[in-house]
Write a protein that binds this ligand. Structure first.
Ligand code: BTN
Length: 247
């Protein structure tokens, strides 16, 4: 992972570029990194803001032999890699909020976006986008996200070396990915759960259709969140925004 890197000082979105490279035959492990994105893409059609020189925007091209429904496992694996990489490179401890937000004190530090190109039974390529807030200071965030976002520099009180963080995260990713390909998701799931703040608590899950309140019991083998509502019915949540209910 990361033995081949395409670097841009500026691009629209590393996701678009990675998709294009994948279509042109880029190999598994090829990484696209940008110093600045003009059209960063977030989950659920949202925009992802980054300011030149402060954040890390990268997209990993993977080509695992997997059925498409296993893709969410890779998102969870990525979240674990980011948490472990950040710990190694900077010493900070962060939490994971299902499925893939990395938070510190409830504020967002890293976002992950997984996209795939697949046939019905086989994945062609998976593009995992990682956007990390590293050296942003308060005023670097747009007013809409200022109170919701944080950065490594804000947590540590000083700027940090972005290259060191990229290397640490890719290194962790490579180790976990190799383990996953060899042995499956069983060894990854407990690592994810150990960092998760959204399992074992009461949450609101905002899906495309409704808001469900309930107790998050855990995740399935496929990374689906199991949410028990007040009537005891267990919902399988594939995609949602999660809010932890204050108790
Ligand atoms: C989220 O909404 O939390 C996911 C944000 C993902 C942002 C990253 S930055 C690198 C890659 N390129 C993009 O345009 N988006 C992802």
């Amino acid at each position: 992972i990361g033995h081949e890197i395409t670097y841009f000082d500026e691009t629209d979105s590393t996701q678009y570029t990675a998709h294009k490279l994948a279509q042109e035959g880029a190999k598994e492990g090829h990484v696209v990194i940008a110093n600045e994105q003009t059209k960063g893409k977030g989950r659920l059609g949202r925009q992802w803001f980054s300011r030149k020189g402060t954040s890390v925007s990268m997209s990993l091209i993977l080509r695992p032999e997997l059925p498409p429904q296993k893709t969410p496992q890779l998102t969870l694996l990525t979240a674990v890699s980011v948490v472990r990489g950040l710990k190694k490179a900077t010493g900070i401890d962060c939490d994971i909020k299902w499925p893939n937000d990395i938070l510190i004190n409830g504020k967002k530090l890293v976002g992950i976006l997984t996209e795939m190109q697949a046939d019905p039974d086989r994945v062609n390529s998976i593009i995992i986008g990682i956007g990390m807030n590293i050296n942003q200071h308060h005023d670097d965030f747009t007013p809409e996200i200022r109170e919701l976002a944080t950065s490594v520099a804000l947590v540590k009180g000083k700027n940090v070396d972005r290259a060191k963080i990229i290397a640490a995260v890719l290194n962790e990713f490579e180790q976990l990915y190799d383990l996953y390909i060899e042995r499956g998701f069983d060894l990854i799931r407990p690592l994810w759960e150990a960092h998760s703040v959204s399992v074992g608590t009461f949450i609101y899950a905002r899906t495309m259709r409704e808001v469900i309140y309930g107790f998050a019991k855990g995740i399935t083998e496929d990374g689906v969140l199991l949410l028990e509502d007040e009537k005891g019915k267990v919902h399988e949540i594939y995609s949602a925004d999660i809010e932890i209910a204050s108790q």
